[in-house]
Design a protein around this ligand. Structure first.
Ligand code: HEM
Length: 577
């Protein structure tokens, strides 16, 4: 497929040149035929009289020219007609032969900024960028996004193959990064029904609450300490990420600590390494690696990505694998009879013949992937929201007033309070809209050639819905760059939810590939927001009058981890474990 024809500008330029060429052809042909005709007519009487043979040869010339002209006209008509009918790819930059736009991609880092700028310059909400042998289709408008994930969800239900996802998923044994097929269906069914179903969510309630209590204990301990010369200084990024890491370890392995537990409730070396490595892996997954688009480069590992991903996975496996192996042994030896966590559930699942449904490798790969799915969104949303709210104290005050009204000051927030915390939920929702964790959601791959709107989307295209630009699209949102939680409040006081099925921004997405972790994700996010806002008064560090809201250059996280000063708001005994 020639990308040169994809840009409206390009295609209009080439059609003007083509038309001029055709006009020239016709003129020449017409001159030639008419000249032959007039020539023949002028000489006909003499030819008839003097040379009948010459007449016939002249007539032959005329008929031949006439036939050529008719054929040429027909050919051009068909060509024009079929050109009109041939669907266009979405607009995009002109690609180089073979490598497509990879040279520009490599020269313009970070890649998400290059893609979004390119789309703004072309004034388009959908584009087509050829990277090596793949068509990459970024989308920034909810109507087009809904075409992909609602109307034609079945066509776009696959995922791309990539070096990092291949390694992380143990050769596509898990769910999120696995292309459409039997393995994906099997694993998605298991996590939806056996790990994340409402009765399982209820079953794990106490483990989640333990981690929410530990968060309060840990931050309270920070309030009494002097850090960098400031009493009560808290690294919010670290606290929020470790709350998520603790929670997912607790519900998966029934433990917070891989190593020795810490008296202040904070992470030890092992937990820091574990959570940091999960975030490293997430970065590798979202990195646009050239070798993913030029598979012939894969063996060379030119950007060193492969080595880094393998090392990160080695660290994760160092923690996970022995636990998974040991637990399997316990179940096989009959030393364990009660299911206490997700690992037990996965080990004890049986197929129709009462054999284990999952292999050790499948369990291990799925667990790693669930950790990746859980830690990033809630922690990033809270870090950004608190930064925005410290700069707009009236928002902070409104959230705290809601919490005091719903919960009071005699107890801590519980999960059962969540339905009534509409303003707090609106703050989280606004953070998902304005400050998503990553510029794009994981790519969806088309399984067939299809049309979306007026554009042709070839089989195998990587559709990348932009989390960043959907949420900031000025045609959809007023003052898109302002953090205004009230925009999500329902005028009739209805329950605010964090899902956005119309894709006006991306929270949990929708369709076959939609997130099955809505209940757990919402609970973790709102408990993190509510406990931190209810339990502490937050302010900027003394050396900074406001929080610097600059985004990082490489990704869309806050450029510097948020540091804020905490003061307890509740009675001291409420923070104790
Ligand atoms: C606030 C928290 C969360 C947010 C915002 C979120 C968001 C998302 C998004 C945007 C996707 C991609 C959907 C798509 O490609 O169309 C996704 C997929 C997924 N999420 Fe979540 N997620 C969250 C929490 C969780 C949790 C807690 C779990 C499970 C423990 C989970 C498991 C998954 C899985 C398995 C998929 C892949 C679905 C598939 O490919 O079929 N997520 N999530």
């Amino acid at each position: 497929m020639d990308m040169h024809k994809t840009s409206p500008k390009e295609s209009s330029t080439s059609s003007v040149n083509g038309n001029q060429l055709k006009a020239l052809e016709f003129t020449l042909l017409f001159l030639f035929v008419s000249k032959s005709l007039s020539h023949a007519m002028a000489y006909t009487p003499f030819l008839l009289l003097l040379n009948l043979q010459g007449f016939w040869s002249c007539l032959l010339v005329i008929i031949t020219c006439f036939t050529i002209m008719v054929k040429a006209l027909r050919f051009n008509f068909i060509k024009n007609y079929s050109k009109k009918q041939k669907p266009k790819l979405p607009p995009g930059p002109k690609p180089w032969p073979i490598v497509g736009n990879l040279p520009e991609m490599l020269a313009n880092k970070p890649v998400h900024k290059w893609i979004h700028k390119l789309m703004k310059d072309m004034n388009t909400d959908i584009a087509c960028i050829r990277l090596g042998n793949s068509y990459v289709i970024p989308v920034t408008c909810p109507i087009i996004a809904s075409e992909f994930l609602r109307k034609q969800d079945a066509t776009f239900a696959s995922r791309p193959l990539s070096m990092s996802t291949n390694i992380i998923t143990g050769g596509y044994l898990s769910t999120i990064f696995v292309p459409y097929g039997d393995q994906w269906k099997k694993m998605k069914k298991i996590i939806t029904n056996d790990l994340l179903a409402p009765h399982k969510h209820l079953w794990l309630h106490d483990k989640r609450t333990e981690e929410a209590d530990n968060l309060m204990f840990y931050v309270y301990n920070k309030c009494n300490k002097v850090n960098d010369g400031v009493r009560g200084l808290v690294n919010i990024r670290s606290a929020a990420r470790h709350y998520c890491g603790n929670l997912i370890r607790k519900i998966t392995f029934n433990k917070r600590y891989f190593g020795k537990s810490r008296e202040d409730g904070g992470p030890g070396f092992e937990e820091v390494e574990h959570v940091d490595t999960i975030f490293d892996l997430l970065n590798y997954i979202y990195a646009f690696s050239a070798s993913d688009y030029m598979p012939c480069l894969r063996a060379l590992d030119m950007d060193g990505q492969q080595k880094k991903v393998k090392e990160a996975l080695r660290i994760i496996n160092k923690y996970h694998y022995p636990i998974v192996q040991e637990r399997c042994k316990q179940w096989n030896g009959g030393f364990k009879v009660d299911e206490e966590d997700w690992l037990d559930v996965l080990i004890t699942l049986k197929d129709a013949n009462n054999n284990p449904l999952l292999t050790l490798e499948e369990i291990n790969a799925q667990i790693t992937e669930l950790m990746l799915a859980t830690v990033d969104n809630p922690s990033n949303a809270f870090e950004w929201a608190l930064a925005e709210m410290i700069n707009q104290p009236e928002l902070l005050q409104r959230a705290v007033e809601e919490l005091d009204t719903v919960v009071g000051k005699e107890r801590l927030v519980q999960e059962s309070d969540i339905p009534k915390l509409n303003y707090v939920k609106a703050c989280a929702k606004e953070a998902f809209r304005l400050h998503p964790i990553a510029p794009f959601i994981p790519a969806h791959v088309s399984m067939y050639d299809t049309m979306v709107g007026n554009y042709f989307i070839p089989k195998g295209s990587h559709v990348m819905l932009s989390r960043q630009e959907l949420g900031r699209n000025p045609k959809v949102w007023n003052e898109p760059h302002e953090f205004k939680p009230e925009r999500h409040l329902m005028c009739d006081g209805q329950n605010v939810v964090l899902t956005e099925p119309n894709l006006k921004f991306m929270s949990f997405s929708t369709g076959r590939r939609g997130c099955p972790g809505v209940m757990l994700g919402t609970t973790m996010t709102i408990m993190l927001f509510a406990r931190m806002l209810h339990g502490f008064t937050w302010s900027a560090p003394p050396n900074a009058s406001i929080i610097n809201l600059a985004e990082s250059n490489d990704d869309i996280l806050l450029a510097e981890p948020l540091l804020a000063v905490a003061k307890p708001r509740l009675a001291p005994e409420l923070y104790q474990l």
